[in-house]
Each structure stands twice: as structure tokens, then as C-alpha cells.
Ligand binder design. Sequence first.
Ligand code: NDP
Length: 324
Amino acid sequence: MTTHTTRMLIVGSGPAGLSAAIYGARAGFQPIVVQGLQPGGQLTITTDVENYPGFKDVIQGPWLMEQMQAQAEHVGTRMLWDTIVSIDLNGPPFRAIGDSGDVYESETLVIATGAQAKWLGVPGEVELAGKGVSACATCDGFFYRGKKVAVIGGGNTAVEEALYLTNHSPEVTLIHRRDSLRAERILQDRLFAHPNVRVLWNQKVDRFLGDPLAGGLTGLALTDTVTGAASTFAADGAFVAIGHAPATELFNGKLAMDASGYLLVEPGTPKTAIPGVFACGDVMDPVYRQAVTAAGTGCMAALDAERFVAEREFAAQRMVQAAE
Ligand code: NDP
């Protein structure tokens, strides 16, 4: 068992965590990034990335994350292969314990544990992921220009994704398992008014159809949840939009969360209710969830952590001077 001490402990190694690391390292904090179960985060399971600024040509998600990690290490970040299993937020110093048994002590804590898209878990979903099946219209919608696409779900995410896809596709079908949506009224109104959108009510997706090696997705096998009738829906792309699960179990009972488990922060900042503890990226963002927004809030977390440390040091100095 080793005890690692740092001025900035970053939990999570997606764009939020690594951006915080780059800023923290350049401020001389020698941050430690504990990488977690999916080093590099959600981008490591995507393929083409066309919306991260700075690259004229399409880049690959895993490559982008390798570059971010190399950049973070180059400026002085220590990347450690471990997964935090428990954490004590009565600090500073904050104290975390890894799966390895190692202990991490830090003056500031940056939580960048991210979120995972929820999947349906039906046959064909894994095999056709990236070959017609996706969980992110903003990331992949562009690849279905002029094609027929389906969105599965009935919440805000599904409706926003369906509306986004109308920018590219003349035929967007929302497939929902019930006969009403849970999305906000204003979004529903926009959806129903859109000429390129139709809704298939009371339909459960049983499987995704197509050959991963030849042409990808061709359609979806559906069952009517009221009549039990089976049908096939032809589509070139299918977007699963049934919600995301933020990785916040570690912080249950320790930090405030919304009803879906996202960490609550002071609006417009990455500050949690505990001074010195910051949250950035998808773990605190149920709305935008983009690599570039995660990177942006990661930067904000590092800047606020630097300010937090500077203010503590200034206060400590003042106390020493007052005592002299
Ligand atoms: P939600 O949990 O609100 O909705 C999930 C949807 O997926 C529901 O319609 C649900 O159906 C459906 N669903 C869940 N599991 C399955 C399944 N196995 N098979 C078929 N359908 C399924 O998730 P969202 O991601 O839409 O939203 C999460 C949170 O983020 C919400 O609080 C939302 O308001 C917020 N959000 C806000 C945005 C904004 O403000 N612009 C944008 C996006 C999200 P059913 O209705 O039958 O339960």
C-alpha cells in the first residue's frame, strides 16, 4: 500500500479530468489522475469525432484521448491505474482509497467521473454499435445525412436528439414504449409540429437488424406493447436515447445530487457545497454532455481549485503574521 499526496486529485480521465489536469499541472500542482474503469472515458468507445475544435479532418475518439493524456503527462500530471472505491470529503486534505489499496491525499479534489449512456440491452445493439446504432445524435447524426433514422426514448434527451437529427435527415421517427412522452411540453410541441418527424407509439424494440460486416443497420424489430403485434421498421441509423447514468455512487450521502444522480454545483461554476471539492464534465451536466463542454468545465474546476489553494495560503499567512 502506498500513500500518494498531491495538491490536486482528479478522479476520472475523460476530457473533463484531463483538461483539469493540464491546467492544474501548468499551475505547478503536480496533479494525480486516477483513471477509473474506463480510462479516457466515453470517447474511447466512439469512432469518428468531427465536432471537437482544432481538427479539420475527422479524428478518432480513442486517438483524441491518447493525445489529451500525453499532453497532461507532458506538463507534469501523474496518471495512475486505479479505481477509487471510497472517499472521505472531510478535508482538506481529502482522502480517497483505491481498488489497489493505495491511499490518495489531496488539498483539492476534482470529480470528473462522467456518465454512461444507458443502452437497451437487446440483440444486435452491441454488434451494430458504431455501424448504425449510436447513443449520441450530436456526435453521429451528421453521418446520416439524407437518411432515415429512428430515435428510441420519450424523455428530453430523445426529443432533443430527434429534433437535432432533423437538421440532417428528412425522415426522423421517434419510437416510444408508451403513448405519451415525459419530455417537457415545449419540446413536445416542437417535435409534433416538425414536418420531418413522426412518432411510433407503444413500440418496444426487440432487436437491431443488420450485418455489422456488410452495410450495418437495416432496421429494428418491434413489438406493439398494447396489441403484441410484431413488425419491422427500416432505418439506416438508430439512436438510443433512454437516459444517462452519472457515475456518482461514491458520493451518495456526501454530495448533493439531482433526482437522476447528477452532482449539483453552484450555478455557473464547478463548485460543490464542500470548499475544495469541484465537479466537472458529464457527472454534473445532464444537458450538454459534449467532450468540448466537459473540457471547458474541467478547465474551470482547475482554475477554481488554484484559487481555493491561493486563498487558503493567503489566509494562513495572515494568521502567522497576526500571531507575530
Ligand atoms: P429520462 O429518464 O427523462 O427519460 C428516459 C426515457 O427513456 C423515458 O421516456 C423512458 O420511457 C425511456 N426508457 C427508459 N428505459 C427504457 C427502455 N429500456 N426501453 C425503452 N424506453 C426506455 O432521461 P433523459 O435522458 O431524457 O433525461 C434525463 C434528465 O436530464 C432529465 O431530468 C431531463 O429533464 C434532463 N435533460 C434536460 C435537458 C434540457 O434541459 N434541455 C436535455 C436532456 C436531458 P418511459 O417514459 O416509459 O419511462
